[in-house]
Ligand binder design. Structure first.
Ligand SMILES: Cc1cc2nc3c(=O)[nH]c(=O)nc-3n(C[C@H](O)[C@H](O)[C@H](O)COP(=O)(O)O)c2cc1C
Length: 338
């Protein structure tokens, strides 16, 4: 029995298999209103037809000034909900579950005149110097995540993922490299965790369903958070009843990353084992055999697939063939998938 094709349950969401479409920004909200376009519909629904178990929509901004680019998706106003509801219904028709990644770019918002961050430290010399967030600014953004989660619920999403990775705003608070505050949101790791903790709390309350958190579990810098710090953060998230840690790395400071097949699996495995919380592995996982090895050896609970799904919407079929698993085709495709 291929574990990749076995079901798994998180609260009221049962996935038919362990394959997750990793959140990937498409920068295609052409009118710059944060709304879905026909491209997004085709893009996401075709992965549902391709038998992906869980489709997580790309980083979606909880406030307008939190977009990475002006073409990002957004969930900062009620008007945006209708489009998501329509997409979720269509994905559901093919048996996939749907989630959305709630995000704020902070100092990495490229198209904003004024950007916000825990401290006035730019990502590098080509980025603007961000404005240090005040306590009321912090509260406003925490509320924005709560409102985003409430709208996600209204749209019918099965889960939400909090984007605390890749050097975006939450990650900027977590890391001593970008957070030099001296108030309750900076300094020791307990304080640096406070922003994520408040966001997780409000998102859980407003969404009332499965919540994943994506982190960057390696900062590739000697003064950055260590694996011990990440075990501290993820143990706290487990205590807060977060359902899964989606384990990525990097993005907080410019760094050269040595990438190779499964290059982020070791952090994922350590967090699963030491913090006793389900994890998702991501990063250059390209074959069914590789995915199966990770799952069978209890190194992760879900397999997130990014670029391979951009190359092949039917990646699940390819993986099933490698594992000699008789994956059912969508009924219209039976003659081709036999
Ligand atoms: C085009 C593109 C857009 C991405 N956008 C996001 C995003 O919105 N949120 C996120 O957490 N990661 C994003 N990522 C990272 C992917 O989710 C994934 O972690 C990464 O590509 C590694 O997995 P892979 O080797 O299977 O592609 C993006 C990656 C790509 C290639």
């Amino acid at each position: 029995m291929a574990k990749l094709f076995s079901p798994i349950t998180f609260k009221d969401m049962t996935l038919k298999n362990r394959i997750v479409m990793s959140p990937m920004c498409m920068y295609s909200s052409e009118k710059q209103d944060g709304k879905l376009t026909p491209f997004h519909m085709t893009h996401y629904i075709s992965r549902a037809v391709g038998e992906v178990g869980l489709i997580i929509l790309e980083a979606t901004a909880v406030e307008q000034s939190g977009r990475i680019s002006a073409q990002d998706l957004g969930i900062w106003e009620d008007e945006q909900v209708h489009g998501y509801k329509n997409l979720v219904e269509q994905i559901r028709a093919y048996g996939a579950k749907t989630g959305i990644q709630l995000a704020h770019a902070g100092r990495k918002a490229q198209d904003e005149d004024i950007t916000f961050a825990p401290s006035p430290l730019p990502f590098n010399e080509t980025f603007k110097i961000p404005t240090e967030l005040t306590t009321s600014g912090i509260k406003r953004i925490v509320e924005a995540f709560g409102n985003g989660a409430r709208r996600a619920k209204k749209a019918g999403f099965d889960m939400v993922e909090v984007h605390a990775a890749h050097g975006y705003l939450i990650n900027q608070f977590l890391s001593p490299l970008s957070n030099h505050r001296t108030d309750a949101y900076g300094g020791n790791r307990e304080n640096r965790f406070r922003f994520l903790s408040e966001i997780t709390e409000i998102v859980k309350k407003e969404f009332n369903g499965p919540v994943f958190v994506r982190i960057s579990a390696d900062e590739y810098h000697k003064d950055g958070n260590t694996i011990d710090d990440f075990l501290f953060f993820t143990s706290k998230l487990k205590d807060m009843d977060v359902d899964l840690i989606d384990c990525s790395t990097g993005g907080i400071v410019p760094a050269r990353i040595n990438v190779y097949p499964g290059y982020q699996v070791k952090q994922c495995e350590t967090i699963k084992r030491e913090a006793s919380i389900p994890t998702g592995a991501v990063g250059l996982i390209t074959t069914g055999i590789q995915a199966e090895e990770i799952l069978q050896n209890d190194r992760a609970d879900l397999i997130f697939i990014g670029r391979s799904l951009l190359r092949n919407p039917y990646w699940a079929k390819q993986a099933a063939d490698e594992l000699e698993y008789p994956l059912d085709a969508p009924k219209q495709y039976t003659r081709g998938w036999r």
